[in-house]
Design a binder for this molecule. Structure first.
Ligand SMILES: *Cc1c(COP(=O)(O)O)cnc(C)c1O
Length: 407
């Protein structure tokens, strides 16, 4: 008899985006002439940078001739891309990372979801609330939690991100083995200072713990005093793995390219307390279960680091940041408290009422779609997330409508 992994039965159906879609469809059916502006889902809206498109085309043409055709590439990614990453994303900022510590992949979602299989089933895990659901659900699937009760899984340590702690959670009170952090944060848009991140690195070193640092939004950091990488923090190489993605940086959500950084010194322990380096284990997993990102996509990603590529990505980010600024200005004028929007494409707003109630007001009265914060965890109750991923025109129109409804 074929039996299933019963841990899957503990998973809470994710109704968030389907619920939103249902409510939007109902509204549109009743108001066919009213346009709906979507500032909900975290997907980019603008085209790939020209430098990427050019490199992409050129690489496709190489695939058309036997002499320049490429079959399987290195699973970890081509040297041209890994070297560009090490030089530009790390060494240029004083972070000591070498090309062979970088694993190119087809997404930070997959990498943040897959990494947990390197660790034993009985570790103690700390997960932020509100949270990007991938960290949570992949550990539920692996059987590292109990059942879902009163809005939370048993057996996990939740790191509350609230107004009181400025949406940067406090260190866990006791022992924790694996810690997920994401800054700039999705969904709150909050950032962490170097000093605060150092306290997490020190905690991990003191507790023989490991930090999984999701830096998918580092490109949105405008304040140069903020860390873009956890490897800018002293002592992090032994206790941290970093995830990055070109999805939000350069509009690659549909093109797919990301990478994970596993420093050579980074280690975990066996039951007897012996240290084992994670790099060879992740390399083994990656080569066994993944066969590399396509050559044209890696060439397109490499082009992000050319002079034009850098200028074009800066322009892309700055376009979205102007939207974020528009959202922040409007929300502030209306007297709401918010966080994010300064070094992040997300604005996290205290709606002073139930998340779904606020969502319904914005949809039904203003024709604007946001994301109810309650969908990201218990601490998201009462909040909504507005995303800057849209055109200037749409964001300006959305804020105008919101002003009319809420002023
Ligand atoms: C968008 C996003 C990613 C990137 O995922 P990809 O699979 O690379 O597209 C990773 N982490 C967070 C928190 C995100 O919001």
């Amino acid at each position: 008899m074929i039996t299933i992994n019963e841990h899957y039965l503990k998973l809470q159906a994710s109704y968030l985006f389907s619920d939103i879609a249902k409510r939007v469809a109902a509204f549109q059916a009743e108001n066919p002439s009213q346009s709906v502006i979507k500032l909900g889902i975290g997907d980019v809206t603008r085209a790939l940078p020209g430098a990427c498109i050019e490199a992409f085309h050129k690489a496709v043409d190489e695939m058309a001739k036997d002499v320049s055709f490429r079959g399987y590439g290195p699973e970890q990614g081509y040297a041209f891309l890994r070297e560009a990453i090490a030089a530009n994303d790390y060494r240029a900022r004083g972070a000591d990372i070498s090309a062979d510590e970088i694993f190119v992949s087809d997404g930070a979602k997959c990498d943040t979801g897959n990494i947990q299989e390197l660790f034993s089933g009985d570790i103690k895990i700390a997960i932020p609330d509100p949270v990007y659901p991938v960290y949570l659900d992949t550990n539920v699937m692996a059987g590292r939690t109990g059942n879902f009760k009163d809005g939370r899984y048993e057996g996990l340590i939740y790191l509350d991100s609230t107004k009181e702690n400025n949406f940067v959670p406090a260190l866990p009170a006791g022992d924790v083995d694996l810690i997920y952090l994401c800054f700039p944060n999705n969904p709150t848009g909050s950032t962490i200072s170097k000093e605060a991140l150092k306290t997490w690195v020190d905690y991990a070193r003191d507790h023989k713990a490991l930090i999984l640092f999701d830096a998918a939004y580092e490109a949105f950091i405008q304040d140069d005093s903020l860390p873009k990488s956890i490897f800018e923090i002293e002592g992090a190489r032994e206790v941290a793995i970093e995830f990055r993605s070109y999805s939000k940086t350069a509009g690659f959500t549909g093109t797919r390219c990301a990478f994970t950084v596993v420093p050579k010194e980074c280690a975990a322990f066996d039951a007897k307390g012996n240290r084992h380096f994670i790099h060879p284990l992740w390399n083994r997993r990656h080569c066994t279960k993944f066969n590399g990102v396509s050559y044209p996509v890696q060439r397109a990603a490499e082009a992000i680091y050319s002079e034009e590529g850098k200028a074009q990505t800066r322009e892309l980010i700055s376009y979205y940041m102007q939207n974020a600024e528009m959202v922040c200005r409007g929300i502030k004028e209306l007297g709401f408290d918010y966080v994010g929007g300064q070094n992040s494409p997300y604005v996290w707003i205290d709606g002073k009422r139930d998340s779904w109630e606020f969502f319904d007001i914005l949809l039904n009265k203003a024709g604007v779609v946001c994301t109810p914060g309650a969908g990201f965890g218990r601490c998201g109750n009462g909040y909504i997330r507005i995303s800057a991923f849209n055109s200037h025109e749409n964001v300006a129109a959305a804020m105008q409508r919101i002003r009319q409804v809420l002023a």
